[in-house]
Design a protein around this ligand. Structure first.
Ligand code: UDP
Ligand code: MG
Length: 308
């Protein structure tokens, strides 16, 4: 089976990486006689990314196609992936970062596995590239929670994947707005295999994720995929609970020393413990209500302002 491969490349402020990624992918796929279409999604970049995409889309037409989708603002990588999947016309879709941290050579191996009949080929990280200690710890905690929540081992998962058209259609048919591509592509099922890859160093520009955006991303995806959430009020509840325990110790101490009023100890303890549990619970409910509200609004996941 010799199908056309659509390669989906979300790009946010990547002007230095458009031409490079095109050249690298083109060379490899051409060498292996794989017909392809590249779809760049400009996720509301503030630099020259869109011009770069247009330049390639205009000049590089011929055997293979380069298409561009321009968002009206930054909608995030998940939305960019969804737009790419929705516009892909190939028999098989690959999703990869355009900073070349996902090695394009692997596309060939993935494609061959697809030819052997696998519908989902997941890129799993052999190493995690260079990351700071806090980042690593945070990522580890997030993946642990995600693994519990989704019952899929996510610790080495990445957005580097190859999906059969049938799988793409299944993902696109999921009506929720809060998609988490990494998890939904597992959730849909189908015959699956893995390809290991080494995360490369980013050569141009910088990572688009600040610590805060990563925390938000983690919380959002946990809530999107599970009923095992963490959130602000919950944290407040935990702090209250910690305070409650400290006060409890003090109250108990006073009780045993004999300086406490009769019966008062129990009242304080009950008040503190029940109070913090209620706070935690309301926090969790609040978070889910917010998510339901977002889904109910039925807003589009992204808005396209221009296409090439
Ligand atoms: N990206 C995007 N929208 C965003 C953030 C990132 O489309 O809001 C793209 C980015 O251009 C890159 C990929 O997602 O192609 C991965 O982003 P990045 O390299 O910043 O993440 P990291 O590799 O550091 O996890
Ligand atoms: Mg990167």
């Amino acid at each position: 089976m010799n199908g056309i491969m659509s390669v989906i490349l979300p790009a946010y402020n990547e002007n230095a990486n458009i031409e490079r990624s095109y050249t690298a992918i083109d060379q490899i796929l051409r060498n292996h006689n794989i017909s392809y279409e590249l779809i760049y999604i400009n996720d509301g970049s503030t630099d020259n990314t869109w011009n770069e995409i247009c330049k390639i889309a205009e000049t590089k037409e011929g055997v293979s196609q380069v298409a561009g989708i321009c968002f009206s603002r930054n909608f995030g990588k998940e939305a960019a992936i969804m737009a790419g999947l929705a516009h892909a016309s190939g028999d098989v879709c690959a999703v990869m970062d355009c900073d070349l941290q996902h090695p394009p050579e692997k596309l060939v191996e993935m494609y061959q596995l697809w030819q052997q009949g696998y519908k989902v080929v997941e890129g799993v990280k052999r190493n995690r590239g260079r990351e700071s200690g806090i980042y690593k710890a945070g990522a580890k905690m997030f993946y642990k929670l995600m693994t519990i929540a989704t019952k899929i081992d996510m610790s080495r998962a990445s957005d580097f994947k190859l999906l059969d058209k049938q799988v793409v259609n299944s993902i696109l048919s999921m009506p929720e707005r809060n998609q988490f591509f990494r998890a939904s592509s597992s959730w849909v099922g189908y015959k699956k295999t893995e390809v290991e890859f080494d995360v490369r160093e980013r050569e141009n520009g910088q990572s688009k994720w600040s610590k805060w955006s990563l925390i938000k991303y983690a919380l959002k995806n946990i809530a999107a995929f599970s009923t095992f959430p963490l959130q602000f009020v919950t944290v407040a509840g935990i702090i209250t609970l910690t305070g409650a325990i400290i006060l409890a110790v003090q109250t108990l101490f006073r009780y045993y020393v004999g300086t406490a009023l009769e019966g008062f100890t129990t009242v304080i303890l009950l008040l503190l413990i029940i109070g913090s549990i209620i706070m935690v619970s309301i926090g969790i409910l609040g978070y889910y209500i917010a998510k339901i509200y977002e889904e109910v609004k039925q807003r589009p996941v992204y808005i396209i302002s221009d296409m090439k």
